[in-house]
Design a protein around this ligand. Structure first.
Ligand code: GSH
Length: 205
């Protein structure tokens, strides 16, 4: 059955980032779970939606032809456009720019760095991956300084928190929480948010 908005994904950081952003913005979506170990992402029907064979993929069937979005961070912006003001302020200005600044810090300096390391691990190049793993972790630790307010880009929750949280979750055991008191409190607050909880459950078996 065709649903209005479908999110294809698996229980991975990129899919969770997309699911949390939709749930936090209040965009209803229908979950299509893929089994990456079974290779669902490389089946011909899925490759028509996402030629890279990656998750997530969002399909909005209210458009004709359906709107297809493959990048988790573009799905965050889709959610923000659909229901403005939940993931960042819609008003242009310094507060919104701060959100972009912090959001891209996590996307480029933490997530992308870690993603490059992950790729090397997949090739068994574990020694080569280590500096990238360490750099991503170090950059995450430095974000303790961002938490002057309750959230990563000030006093309001934003897409910067979604980017940071989904990655922090994946290295929860490696972060030196005693040295990161603000981040520890932030992580606990984030874990309890209803939208975050819905997103985290989206692809659980
Ligand atoms: N830049 C993409 C990356 C997507 C990505 O790398 N997804 C991984 C899971 S986290 C994947 O689908 N891996 C399956 C595979 O490579 O076969 C995004 O942010 O959405």
């Amino acid at each position: 059955m065709i649903e209005c908005i479908e999110l294809y994904g698996a229980n991975t950081g990129n899919s969770l980032r997309a699911a949390i952003s939709l749930a936090e913005a209040g965009v209803p979506f229908f979950v299509r779970r893929l089994d990456l170990r079974a290779g669902d992402q490389n089946q011909p029907d899925y490759l028509k939606l996402n030629p890279a064979g990656k998750v997530p993929t969002l399909v909005d069937n209210t458009y004709s032809p359906p709107l297809i979005i493959n990048q988790s961070n573009a799905i965050i912006h889709y959610a923000d456009a659909k229901v403005p003001n939940h993931l960042m302020p819609s008003e242009p200005g310094p507060t919104r720019l701060r959100v972009y600044d912090r959001f891209f810090y996590f996307v480029t300096d933490v997530i992308a760095t870690s993603h490059a390391g992950f790729f090397l691990h997949q090739l068994d190049l574990n020694e080569a991956a280590r500096p990238l793993d360490e750099r991503a972790l170090e950059n995450m630790k430095r974000a303790e300084a961002f938490l002057e307010g309750d959230f990563m880009a000030g006093d309001a929750f934003s897409m910067a928190d979604i980017a940071a949280f989904t990655w922090a979750l994946s290295v929860k055991k490696q972060l030196p929480w005693k040295q990161l008191p603000r981040m520890k409190r932030w992580f606990e607050v984030m874990s309890e948010r209803p939208g975050v909880r819905i997103g985290l459950r989206a692809f659980q078996e």
